[in-house]
Design a protein around this ligand. Structure first.
Ligand code: ACO
Length: 363
């Protein structure tokens, strides 16, 4: 019984291709290396949404429209959001986004992409007793997110790192949250419903909830020389190492290198420490070695979440907000997939095989 649908091809898509053996990610015809650090998130949003909205503007106009959407979301959703008492920023984000009116149009799509960008900084600040910072509709998307988070202009390497991160996680084949978005979209429920369902799928620790626990692991290990013993003990207890392993990749996740480059730039700029990066590198090396010995049949290396953890920590995002920051980038992918499903797909309705008792077997 294939209860994880491994290797099942459930749809055709023009959005992205994950080659798990070669360790290659193609996003709408471009390799990740050609996009991450070279094109802004706004440009990648235009790329991911191309062909799915009749009124999609040119790239520059799309950036301006996204800026206006940030301003609109701030006015409409931030006042009520800062009264939400949910345990994590991600859960508060989901509740704060819920009042958005459902629809299939570009305005709904841009409001959805803008929503976590505006709400996550406001929710973090609210939890620290700080007032929200209004967006600057004319600023770059990533730089504006950091300004709303810290109430000051971000250093160029910090804005560049967040921009690279958002591009890197913008789409990734038929992962659990994207599949969720497509299932909901296939019922024609609308983009808000599809995105909120996808956000709920993303938040689990086996998917987009892993980077917070990666930092907990690094804190638990403490120093490079303790990595080996800590990791062995954790695996002896039957635990999974967070930030390692992937359903599709049998090699190192190609997104990890793009993110590690950004972490190095943050170390050079003083946002992240040499010591933290050295600890992470030591843990990666030790865990890769130990996992190869313990699970020789299952190649297990780091996934996107490992260096994400160091990157988001350096940018001043608390652990419990990491999934919300992931959503800032992935929203563009979810929306592209949802539109593709609605325009060209059918209702997704697989079958199950009943293995419970039948009435005629009952005594
Ligand atoms: N640490 C230790 N062992 C692992 C890990 C890990 N991180 N990942 C897989 N394994 C082992 C399993 O224990 C299993 O061993 P067994 O066959 O001896 O029981 C074997 O590898 C296969 O595991 P599956 O559960 O079948 O692998 P699956 O493809 O379902 O899991 C997943 C993929 C969920 C990502 C898994 O590797 C994992 O739990 N990783 C840790 C959480 C994580 O980092 N999640 C983020 C993923 S990236 C993303 O979603 C954005």
């Amino acid at each position: 019984m294939n209860n994880g649908l491994d290797d099942v091809v459930a749809t055709e898509t023009v959005m992205s291709d994950v080659d798990g053996l070669a360790g290659r990610l193609i996003i709408r015809g471009h390799s990740l290396d050609d996009l991450a650090g070279r094109h802004s998130y706004e440009e990648v949003v235009a790329l991911l949404l191309a062909g799915f909205f009749e009124d999609l503007p040119a790239e520059r106009d799309l950036a301006a429209r996204l800026g206006s959407a940030r301003a609109e979301v701030f006015e409409a959703l931030v006042p009520a959001s800062t009264r939400l008492g949910h345990p994590t920023v991600t859960e508060a984000l989901r509740a704060a986004m819920a009042p958005l009116a459902d629809g299939e149009d570009l305005a709904t799509a841009l409001r959805l992409i803008a929503a976590p960008a505006v709400l996550v900084p406001a929710l973090i600040r609210q939890r620290r007793g700080q007032p929200p910072v209004a967006p600057d509709a004319g600023a770059g998307h990533a730089a504006d997110i950091l300004r709303m988070r810290h109430d000051r202009m971000a250093a160029p390497e910090a804005a560049a790192a967040l921009d690279t991160y958002l591009v890197t996680v913008s789409d990734h084949g038929l992962n659990a949250s994207t599949f969720t978005a497509r299932v909901v979209a296939s019922t024609h429920a609308g983009l808000v419903s599809a995105s909120l369902a996808a956000l709920s799928a993303l938040k689990g620790p086996l998917h987009g909830g892993a980077p917070g626990p990666v930092l907990d692991m690094l804190d638990g290990i403490g120093a490079p020389e303790q990595a080996e013993a800590w990791l062995e003990a954790s695996l002896d207890k039957g635990e999974r190492l967070m930030g390692f392993g992937h359903r599709v990749y049998r090699v190192r996740d190609p997104r990890a290198e793009a993110l590690k480059r950004s972490v190095r730039a943050l170390v050079a700029g003083g946002e992240q420490t040499e010591g933290r990066l050295a600890l992470a590198e030591a843990v990666e090396a030790a865990a890769t070695r130990i996992l190869a010995r313990r699970k020789p049949d299952r190649p297990l290396q780091i996934n996107v979440e490992f260096y994400t953890a160091l990157l988001l920590e350096a940018l001043g995002f608390p652990r419990e907000s990491f999934t919300g920051v992931f959503a800032m980038g992935r929203l563009a992918g979810w929306i592209g997939h949802a539109r593709e499903q609605t325009l060209y797909g059918r209702l997704i309705r697989p079958q199950s095989r009943y293995v419970g008792p039948r009435p005629e077997q009952a005594a």
